[in-house]
Structures are given as structure tokens and as C-alpha cells.
Design a protein around this ligand. Structure first.
Ligand SMILES: *[C@@H]1O[C@H](CO)[C@@H](O)[C@H](O)[C@H]1NC(C)=O
Ligand SMILES: *[C@@H]1O[C@H](CO)[C@@H](O)[C@H](O)[C@H]1NC(C)=O
Ligand SMILES: *[C@@H]1O[C@H](CO)[C@@H](O)[C@H](O)[C@H]1NC(C)=O
Ligand SMILES: *[C@@H]1O[C@H](CO)[C@@H](O)[C@H](O)[C@H]1NC(C)=O
Ligand SMILES: *[C@@H]1O[C@H](CO)[C@@H](O)[C@H](O)[C@H]1NC(C)=O
Ligand SMILES: *[C@@H]1O[C@H](CO)[C@@H](O)[C@H](O)[C@H]1NC(C)=O
Length: 300
């Protein structure tokens, strides 16, 4: 019985061989139209956290080559961000070189800052769309369970004492700690965000801005129920003023002075903002509504 089915199966394949060849080349043509997607994870994550995202992409964009970079997982993600940027660069560069039409980046949480640093420091990147998924793009200033775990005896109001030191800057989270009450210390001591934002002057700022502006689209996704990114609007390039009032992106000095290209991108009409309520921080990459409403359409 099973032998006959197998035989039938074989002859079926035999008859259809020319067609399946055609079908395969059609499939290749179709899949070739989706650019590869590179996913960069956040603090304390690892690629296994992105199982559902891979499933969503496979369903809506079958054949897309998705790489979740398996580097700096779990507690390794506390390493200084410039070291992580270098590691991710080496992993991502070959994927870019294999992608004649460019790639898309989906970067979650802390990963969004790693991606922005990659984009600013890679003169020959070919990123089409940069999707920043609940990422503290303007920094973090808030008590979270991660901070409590790392620095149990510190509150947000005194964490600057640790973060804005040489020792503090050896932790990723301090690289983007942005205490609105200690601007001078931030500007003098932040080795990462203050440079990336070109808030502390550095010789490569012009080149970094040109590099970032090579992207076609910037997609910013965040929401009020995030619970970890503080203020949550940091995911949309908004941040606290010195009175802890959140100021929109357009009122940020880095926007108004266009220090790293944000205003240019906006003037080009190439920034899309999504605010999604009801999503807690760890659900952003696993919620189908978020994927369909904010991510799927950009993965062309
Ligand atoms: C994509 O979906 C197809 C059909 O459901 C499945 O056979 C395949 O294993 C999936 N591929 C990946 C990489 O998840
Ligand atoms: C996906 O991309 C990677 C990196 O460019 C490449 O090594 C791999 O062969 C690709 N996989 C498929 C199925 O095309
Ligand atoms: C920041 O650095 C400048 C120049 O080195 C120095 O004059 C200033 O006192 C520093 N500010 C703080 C708060 O450390
Ligand atoms: C500026 O770029 C040069 C050449 O790429 C590099 O050697 C140098 O480290 C960069 N400086 C900074 C502050 O990134
Ligand atoms: C600071 O915030 C308080 C309380 O929200 C408000 O009354 C005050 O006007 C604010 N000051 C400035 C300078 O924005
Ligand atoms: C995904 O998010 C939407 C919008 O907040 C919510 O209504 C839905 O219940 C979430 N889905 C899951 C599976 O959590």
C-alpha cells in the first residue's frame, strides 16, 4: 500500500519535473524581491526570544532570509556598546555584501542603539529600512527591574554617580543613561550616546551623519505601556527636559540643530512613527498586531 503511494509519488514528480523547475525559478524570483532582514536583540535577550517574529515574517513574506544575530546574548549584553557595535558589524557586514539590493534592520530595545551606531559608523552600509522597536534612542532615565538588579542600592536620581564614571561606562546601560538633571556630567562622560547624538563634539560627526542618512526609511515604534523604556517616548526620539517634562522629537536640540541627521530624515519625509498602547516591553517583537500594523509593510 505504502509502496504504491511512493511509486505514484515518484511518477507524479517525474511528470511535473519541468513544471516544478519553472515553479522553483518563479519562487526564487518572488523571494528575491524581499530584502534580507537582520535582527539585533536587546538587553538580556538572545535569538530564541524572536521565534514568533521569525514565524510572522515567514508567513507574510515567505522566503525572506532573516538573520537574528547571535552575539552578546543574555548578560553579555551588558558589555560596553562600542564593543558590541564592533562585534555586530563583523557579523552583519558579510550579509550586507551578499545583498545587492540592500537589507532591512529590525532592532529591538538596546539593539536599536547598536544599530544606529552601526549605521552612523559604516560608510558603505546598504540598509534600506531601519526599524527601531521600542528602543531608548534618546537614552534612559527611570527605575526598572534591570537597573535594580544591576545596581540594587541606586535610584534613578543617584545613578549618575555610577554611570558617569569610567567604571560605569563599562556597562551598556550606562552608555545611554541620560540624566536630565546632570547634563554636564552626561556630556563629559557618556562615551556612547553623547557621541552618537553629536552632543559632545567629535571629529567624525559629519561623516557619521552622512552615513546614517544613507538609509531610506526610519521606523520608530513605541508605546505608553512599555514599562521599561523611560520615558517611553525616548523610543520616538522625545525626552525629558530638566523639569522631567517630555519634549517631543521636534523640540529636542539634537533635532533642531540636526546634529546627526534626524531633522534631515524628517524633512525628507522618511520617518514613520507608531505609538501602540497595551504592549509591555518584552512583547514588542512577539505581538502579531504590532507586526502587522507597524513592521510587515516595510519589509519589502
Ligand atoms: C515557513 O513556513 C513554512 C510553511 O508553514 C514552513 O514549512 C517553514 O518551515 C517555515 N520556515 C521557517 C524558517 O520558519
Ligand atoms: C541567508 O543569508 C546568509 C548571509 O548572507 C547566507 O549565508 C545564507 O546562505 C542565506 N540563506 C539562504 C537560504 O539564502
Ligand atoms: C566637563 O568638562 C569640562 C572640560 O573638561 C570641565 O570644564 C567641566 O568642569 C566638566 N563638567 C563637569 C560637570 O564635570
Ligand atoms: C574617526 O574615523 C577615523 C577613521 O575612520 C577613526 O580612525 C577614528 O577612530 C574615528 N574617531 C572617532 C572618535 O570615532
Ligand atoms: C516644571 O514642572 C512643574 C510641574 O509640572 C511646572 O509647574 C513648572 O511650570 C515647570 N517649569 C518649567 C520651567 O517648565
Ligand atoms: C497584541 O497587542 C494588541 C494591541 O495592544 C492587543 O490587543 C493584543 O491582545 C495583543 N496580542 C497578544 C497575543 O498579546
Amino acid at each position: 500500500m505504502s509502496g504504491r503511494i511512493m511509486r505514484q509519488g515518484r511518477s507524479y514528480i517525474g511528470v511535473l519535473a519541468p513544471f516544478s523547475l519553472l515553479a522553483t525559478s518563479l519562487l526564487l524570483t518572488l523571494t528575491a524581491s524581499y530584502k534580507p532582514v537582520i535582527v539585533v536583540h536587546g538587553l538580556f535577550d538572545s535569538p530564541s526570544d524572536f521565534r514568533l517574529l521569525l514565524q510572522f515574517i515567514n508567513e507574510t513574506h515567505p522566503g525572506t532570509n532573516v538573520t537574528v544575530v547571535d552575539l552578546f546574548d543574555r548578560t553579555e549584553s551588558l558589555k560596553p556598546l562600542w564593543i558590541q557595535v564592533e562585534g555586530f558589524r563583523q557579523a552583519i557586514y558579510p550579509i550586507m555584501q551578499n545583498a545587492a539590493d540592500g537589507v532591512h534592520l529590525v532592532c529591538y530595545s538596546q539593539g536599536g542603539l547598536i544599530c544606529r551606531a552601526l549605521l552612523s559608523t559604516m560608510p558603505d552600509h546598504n540598509v534600506d529600512t531601519f526599524i527601531s522597536l521600542s528602543s531608548p534612542q534618546m537614552g534612559q532615565y527611570g527605575d526598572t527591574k534591570y537597573l535594580k538588579w544591576l545596581f540594587p542600592q541606586h535610584m534613578k536620581s543617584n545613578l549618575y554617580r555610577v554611570c558617569y564614571t569610567h567604571v560605569g561606562q563599562d556597562f551598556s546601560i550606562c552608555n545611554y543613561w541620560n540624566d536630565p538633571h546632570h547634563r554636564d556630567l552626561y556630556l563629559n562622560n557618556s562615551n556612547f550616546l553623547a557621541l552618537l547624538n553629536d552632543e559632545r563634539l567629535h571629529p567624525n560627526a559629519t561623516a557619521w551623519k552622512e552615513n546614517l542618512l544613507r538609509i531610506r526609511k526610519l521606523i520608530l515604534i513605541g508605546g505608553p505601556d512599555d514599562g521599561v523604556i523611560m520615558p517611553w517616548e525616548s523610543s520616538l526620539f522625545a525626552f525629558y527636559d530638566d523639569n522631567e517634562t517630555v519634549r517631543e522629537m521636534k523640540y529636542q536640540p539634537v533635532y533642531q540643530l540636526d546634529t546627526f541627521g534626524l531633522k534631515t530624515l524628517d524633512a525628507r519625509g522618511d520617518i514613520a512613527l507608531y505609538v501602540v498602547p497595551g504592549i509591555s516591553h518584552t512583547d514588542w517583537h512577539s505581538n502579531r498586531t504590532v507586526y502587522e500594523a507597524c513592521i510587515a509593510k516595510w519589509l519589502t
